[in-house]
Design a protein around this ligand. Structure first.
Ligand code: CP3
Length: 317
């Protein structure tokens, strides 16, 4: 078990070390990366660490002018909307992210037997930030390109796939023991459109990192679980909208599941958390393997003591 976004936002010790340090600066400072990655492992005793970084870090590293605005998310100065914009996306090289390699090397020593999960944003979710210029509710311009200019769309996805794949390989070579692909906003498309516009690219990513366990996660993906399972990951992440026994049926054989307690449940009294968490564990037995997690990231207002008790509960169940 581990928690998505366990490394940030809700922990007082995180807020303390981040004081006065912009998010992207923190992501480029090895000492801070190591400290923040270790914080939830120390406090909760979770079974895995997640590398402290952000999905836009490799884009920033190849020169895309972007920032992470507190309370907003990633904001891109010159959104990519045509063939000329596409040219600004050059391939990623290990020398672009020396702080990633350095921090992972240091973490290997600190973590001992606890595995480190490396990660990247998936091409669709990254494309949405790049095309919209920031967070988007409907992904209008993203879908306009996908449906209206499929050649340009696939060329953009292809470049992003190359960047994502290299970023994962850099993390694996440095010592990451598993990887997760975050396609947080992919729930916005239908299964048929996923198959046509996204699956060729995510399949290439998973096929390119066969040496470690691979987790594939998205939000609002109830209708996509089958096709997400086909993309080639070992584990499919499920949000809280579909119970895990039903998710196991939709994903099909040969895949484990990750999830799926609603992060908002942690804002309720402990007895509610306990009942719901035990239900997640019970339904998870229907899957071929189960990594306990939340259905999405820890909410900033979460009391860390609830996560501590939850970790103990899952470990004792
Ligand atoms: O699990 C972890 O804590 C590891 C680190 C991690 C962060 N971002 C740190 C972060 C991971 C795995 C991510 C991935 C990420 N970033 C995703 C996919 C995961 C998901 O939750 O769906 C997405 C969509 C992003 C883009 C992004 N970056 C958003 C939407 C935000 C939130 C903006 C806000 O302030 O509400 C960020 C910033 C961000 N990334 C923070 C952290 C800890 C908060 C910034 C801060 O603490 O100043």
């Amino acid at each position: 078990m581990w928690f998505m976004r366990q490394a940030g936002r809700s922990l007082p010790e995180y807020l303390k070390v981040r004081e006065g340090v912009p998010m992207l600066q923190a992501c480029a400072t090895p000492d801070l990366i190591v400290e923040i990655t270790m914080q939830p492992v120390r406090r909760y005793g979770v079974d895995a660490a997640i590398f402290f970084s952000d999905i836009v870090v490799p884009l920033k590293a190849i020169g895309i002018d972007l920032d992470i605005k507190p309370g907003v998310g990633p904001v891109v100065a010159d959104p990519i909307r045509d063939a000329a914009g596409l040219e600004t996306l050059r391939p990623l090289e290990p020398g672009d992210v020396p702080y990633v390699t350095e921090a992972i090397g240091a973490l290997a020593g600190e973590l001992g037997a606890t595995p480190l999960i490396g990660f990247a944003g998936a091409p669709f979710t990254l494309a949405s930030y790049l095309i919209e210029g920031g967070p988007s509710k409907n992904h209008d311009r993203t879908k306009a390109m996908m449906y209206g200019e499929p050649k340009l769309w696939h060329a953009l996805m292809d470049r992003l796939t190359g960047i994502v794949l290299e970023h994962l390989r850099i993390q694996i070579r440095a010592g990451a023991s598993a990887v997760q692909l975050f396609d947080s906003w992919v729930g916005a498309v239908s299964a048929a459109d996923y198959r046509e516009f996204i699956l060729p690219h995510t399949s290439r990513i998973f096929a390119g990192v066969p040496e470690v366990p691979r987790i594939h996660f998205g939000v609002g993906t109830g209708e996509l679980l089958g096709v997400l399972g086909e993309a080639g990951a070992d584990v499919v992440g499920v949000d809280w909208r579909v119970p895990l026994d039903e998710a196991a049926r939709r994903v099909g054989p040969g895949r484990a599941l990750q999830g799926n307690l609603d992060p908002a449940i942690l804002l309720a009294p402990w007895d509610v958390v306990e009942t719901r968490a035990l239900d997640v564990l019970r339904r998870g037995r229907a899957a071929e393997g189960h990594i306990f997690n939340l259905g999405h990231g820890v909410l900033p207002s979460t009391d860390p003591d609830q996560l501590k008790r939850l970790t103990e509960l899952v470990h004792s169940a």
